[in-house]
Design a protein around this ligand. Structure first.
Ligand code: ADP
Ligand code: MG
Length: 241
């Protein structure tokens, strides 16, 4: 079986620095896969290579069995990728409902559009706040709005870069339940996270990145019990992100 997403020998150099260094990683269809690793390990850069925001300096990306290494970002989105990046991307001066409508309008028309917007607002628990300006939402609610915007295009593969950053433990847990529900509905999800309680809540398979390389891979217990992983990631002296 071919993986839904397959990176092979992926590399990204910034001058003398290899932010992603010969990384090969497969994400199987239907998986809920977590990517962890210390701050600066190359997680966000890896996402940008997958999404086509940067060209790689070496290696390939296959999606649905097709080589997409040279495709521009918009073409990858049309093929079924969607992302919520680490840096928020909502329009603060527009109401919540309008943010979502703009995100979905290329995918739904007629009466399907408001129906889908309503369904997603309920899914991320923002129905009561639909008329608020997005800029006036709490930090956690902004993240949920963005998740709704990313999910609204019904992607095959959803990429989430630190979706719970800055959230309270309760908001984090709620976000985990949302992601689990999306995955149960058939969406393949790749999540970058550093909150280990959250990773434990959701992950089936965990990959650890270190200096741009795949350092370890396994289920959450294997990973958290791995002494080398503890050393670089959970370990002392490192602030993990
Ligand atoms: P992570 O998301 O795991 O914290 P990043 O992918 O953001 O790591 O960064 C990996 C490394 O690449 C870091 O050393 C970072 O400083 C560097 N880096 C990231 N983006 C750029 C860029 N646009 N130009 C130069 N260096 C970058
Ligand atoms: Mg990052």
């Amino acid at each position: 079986m071919t993986a839904l997403l397959q990176a092979n020998g992926l590399e990204k150099r910034f001058g003398g620095l290899k932010a992603v260094d010969g990384l090969s990683l497969a994400v199987e269809e239907g998986e809920l896969h977590c990517l962890i690793g210390p701050n600066g390990a190359g997680k966000s850069t890896f996402f940008k290579l997958i999404l086509g925001r940067y060209p790689p300096t070496a290696g390939t990306v296959h999606f649905k069995g097709e080589d997409i290494t040279k495709l521009v970002a918009a073409a990858r989105v049309r093929k079924g990728m969607s992302v919520k990046m680490q840096v928020p991307g909502v329009f603060p001066q527009l109401p919540v409902v309008q943010n979502l409508t703009i995100a979905l309008q290329s995918h739904f028309g007629g009466s399907d559009l408001p129906r889908e917007v309503e369904r997603l607002l309920a899914f991320v628990d923002l129905t009561r706040d639909a008329r608020k300006l997005a800029g006036n939402l709490s930090h956690g609610q902004k993240q949920w709005l963005e998740i709704a915007m990313a999910v609204g295009v019904t992607p095959t593969l959803l990429l989430l870069d630190e979706p719970t950053a800055g959230m309270s433990p309760e908001e984090t847990w709620k976000t985990g339940e949302m992601i689990l529900s999306l995955n149960k509905g058939g969406m393949t999800v790749l999540v970058v996270e550093h909150d280990m309680a959250f990773v434990r809540q959701i992950a089936k398979r965990v990959s650890v990145l270190h200096f741009g390389k795949l350092f370890a891979q396994g289920d959450i217990d294997t990973i958290t019990n791995d002494e080398a992983v503890q050393e670089i990631y959970l370990g002392k002296g490192h602030h993990a992100h």
